[in-house]
Design a protein around this ligand. Structure first.
Ligand SMILES: [Zn+2]
Length: 172
């Protein structure tokens, strides 16, 4: 069985003949099929408003009940900046502005039985607060962080978000 994906059978010849190929791929010993389970790109919006930093409580697995920033995976053919704005709009129905690159951090994201290695890219953003925040079904509630220095980082779902919020302290 292949680490991270849990795959056993070759998707081309159906034989149980997969072997690990470098750290991020597998190869079939029978038909020589090669597949790389490459790093995926994801975005995170650190939205700073007059109420504080906007966090969301996850309503769905993985890490249901823990806190996160709005954001998500980048679609095929999509720039990071567009993915960031699209994801925030899908999740909260607001448009963000003044997005500035903060940094990127690696993460792992277990979905169903597959572990995805991601590069999470974070931007500091603002939004016009005359817009109404309308959380979608992925969000249990909005949580405002008023003091980043006393915020308990272990309430966050992912290591990459912990690193990004720690870095945000320098921009507060
Ligand atoms: Zn094969």
């Amino acid at each position: 069985m292949i680490e991270y994906t849990g795959f056993i059978y070759c998707p081309r010849c159906s034989k149980a003949s997969l072997e690990q190929f470098y750290t991020n791929g597998f190869k079939c010993k029978e038909c020589h099929f090669v597949y790389f389970h490459n790093t995926a790109s994801a975005t995170g919006a650190i939205i700073i408003s007059t109420k504080g930093i906007l966090l969301i409580r996850r309503a769905q697995p993985p890490k249901k009940g823990l806190l996160d920033v709005p954001g998500g995976f980048v679609d095929y053919g999509e720039p990071l900046e567009s993915a960031l704005k699209r994801e925030v709009h899908e999740e909260l129905s607001v448009d963000i502005t003044d997005c500035r690159y903060l940094g990127s951090f690696p993460n792992t994201y277990l979905y169903e039985t597959v572990t995805y290695h991601t590069t999470d890219v974070f931007f500091i953003c603002h939004y016009d607060e005359s817009q109404t925040l309308l959380p979608n079904e992925e969000i249990e509630e909005i949580v405002w962080v008023t003091d980043i220095n006393s915020f308990e980082m272990n309430l966050l779902a992912f290591d990459s978000t912990k690193a990004a919020l720690s870095l945000t302290k320098n921009h507060w």
